[in-house]
Design a protein around this ligand. Structure first.
Ligand code: ZN
Length: 144
């Protein structure tokens, strides 16, 4: 029997149990039947944020950003690309700190963009400032 992992559905927030060796086979959500991984960062807000950070057995990398932030916009395509490269081993997510000021305050986000990597509900690494694609991949992989 292979180990199974809890994966939170990006569409309906249901917690799925997926055998670790089938993670790369395009697993679908048992509740809403949509794909658990789409190759794109997912937008998190409020309650869904805490569920994804707390219940996923894979690391979650969050990009804290805002629509008016130039460097955030510059970094967005590289972050997209990182999602394509790293899923399903890692979940990439974005939090709009204009809409989610409570989350921004709770995590003490002082400048954007800021990336934070969470494992098992705990923040294990943080990086402030825009980075290019290669640096984003290197930073995430260094903390897995
Ligand atoms: Zn679902």
């Amino acid at each position: 029997m292979s180990e199974s992992l809890h994966i939170v559905c990006p569409q309906c927030d249901a917690v799925n149990r997926i055998p670790a060796d089938r993670l790369g086979e395009g697993p679908k959500c048992g509740r809403c039947h949509r794909p658990l991984f789409s190759g794109h960062p997912i937008a998190l807000a409020g309650a869904s944020f805490h569920k994804h950070i707390g219940r996923n057995d894979i690391p979650v990398v969050v990009d804290f950003w805002a629509p008016w932030c130039g460097p955030c916009k510059m970094m967005a395509p590289a972050f997209e690309q990182a999602a394509r490269r790293l899923e399903p081993r890692v979940r990439l997510a974005k939090v709009n700190t204009d809409d989610e000021q409570t989350l921004g305050a709770q995590f003490g986000i002082r400048s954007i963009p800021t990336m934070a990597l969470f494992k098992g509900g705990r923040e294990v690494a943080r990086q402030a400032g825009a980075m290019g694609g290669a640096d984003i991949l290197r930073w995430i992989q260094a903390h897995l």
